[in-house]
Ligand binder design. Structure first.
Ligand code: NDP
Length: 287
């Protein structure tokens, strides 16, 4: 039997509907949540990501700003821009679009975003809170995945979750969120020997390696819930995930498509984190 699809776009729409109430309540207190995106250079991919985020802000009724800098801008110029946004009263959330040019110290740049405006959840403060099991502003993609699992009614506690990928943006925070919910978690990386041995043990499998169709049907357990975070463009232009959808969907109980799975949830969580940051600003939530 074919797996049920995680409909990320539909879950995102429901998320926006719930956020509308919180945005309205803030509006009554004279606050319009504001998100600023810092974009370096003219990479078409980064421009598309930022444009999608701005559109989501506008649709949700948030204020948004884009600060564009040249790809060869100095670290000081970028830090000055971030400092201005840190102090701006209109801005409650700041994102620095990645990847950054190699002449910049990405770690230093990301840590210069004020903790309470760090809506990507990349600051050591917010990541530390996640390690402690007290999430504050949580990285958007893993947060979106958790909501997708909950929306589908998938039990997390006591299940074996396998995360393929250990990046700071996706894999590690994903593993921490699953640990906090009582899953037994295995995290794989590019050095993992016999990846299929681990993926085949997963009740819940999260693929976030950035390798097209890495996970195939024989690598998954019958009845597993599969979330495909990967976004890979093939040479002929087609967009595919890290999971070979055709061979996996007949074995899985749930599967997320690419596109239309995790992507829309990532953007929705960015808006949600910005609303949370604005609530924090008026003392309604703690970060
Ligand atoms: P990174 O390149 O930062 O990390 C990839 C991770 O996968 C690394 O930890 C790497 O291991 C691991 N890996 C690579 N190859 C293998 C392999 N053969 N077996 C096991 N592990 C492997 O990528 P990101 O975490 O930033 O993103 C992952 C994917 O998710 C990308 O396709 C990206 O485009 C997509 N993405 C999608 C989002 C969405 O909204 N849908 C949001 C963010 C990302 P090692 O550490 O050893 O190198």
């Amino acid at each position: 039997m074919a797996a049920i699809l995680f409909d990320g776009a539909a879950i995102a729409r429901q998320t926006y509907a719930r956020l509308a109430e919180r945005i309205h309540a803030l509006g009554q207190r004279g606050i319009q949540p504001g998100l600023a995106a810092v974009l370096l250079g003219d990479s078409p991919v980064s421009q598309i990501y930022v444009r999608n985020k701005v559109r989501a802000c506008v649709a949700a009724g948030l204020h948004s700003e884009v600060r564009k800098l040249d790809a060869d801008c100095s670290e000081d110029a970028l830090l000055t821009t971030i400092d201005q946004l840190n102090r701006s009263k209109r801005i409650h959330g700041i994102i620095v679009q990645l990847p950054l040019p190699s002449h910049l110290d990405a770690k230093r740049i990301l840590q210069s975003v004020a903790v309470e405006k760090d809506v990507d959840g990349f600051s050591w403060h917010n990541l530390g809170a996640l390690v402690e099991g007290h999430p504050t502003l949580v990285p958007c993609t893993p947060l979106g995945v958790m909501i997708m699992l909950d929306h589908a009614g998938i039990t997390i506690e006591g299940r074996h979750a396998v995360v393929v990928g250990r990046s700071n943006i996706v894999g590690k925070p994903m593993a921490l969120l699953l640990i906090a919910r009582g899953a037994t978690v295995t995290v794989c990386n590019s050095k993992t020997q016999d990846l299929g041995k681990y993926t085949a043990m997963a009740d819940i499998l999260i693929a976030a390696a950035g390798k097209p169709r890495l996970v195939t049907g024989e690598m998954v357990k019958t009845g597993a819930a599969i979330i495909d975070v990967g976004i890979n463009r093939l040479p002929e232009g087609k967009l595919v995930g890290d999971v070979d959808f055709e061979s996996v969907e007949s074995r899985a109980s749930w599967i997320s498509p690419v596109p239309g799975g995790v992507g829309p949830m990532t953007v929705a969580m960015l808006i949600a984190n910005t609303v949370t940051a604005a609530e924090h600003h008026v003392g309604q939530s703690r970060i």
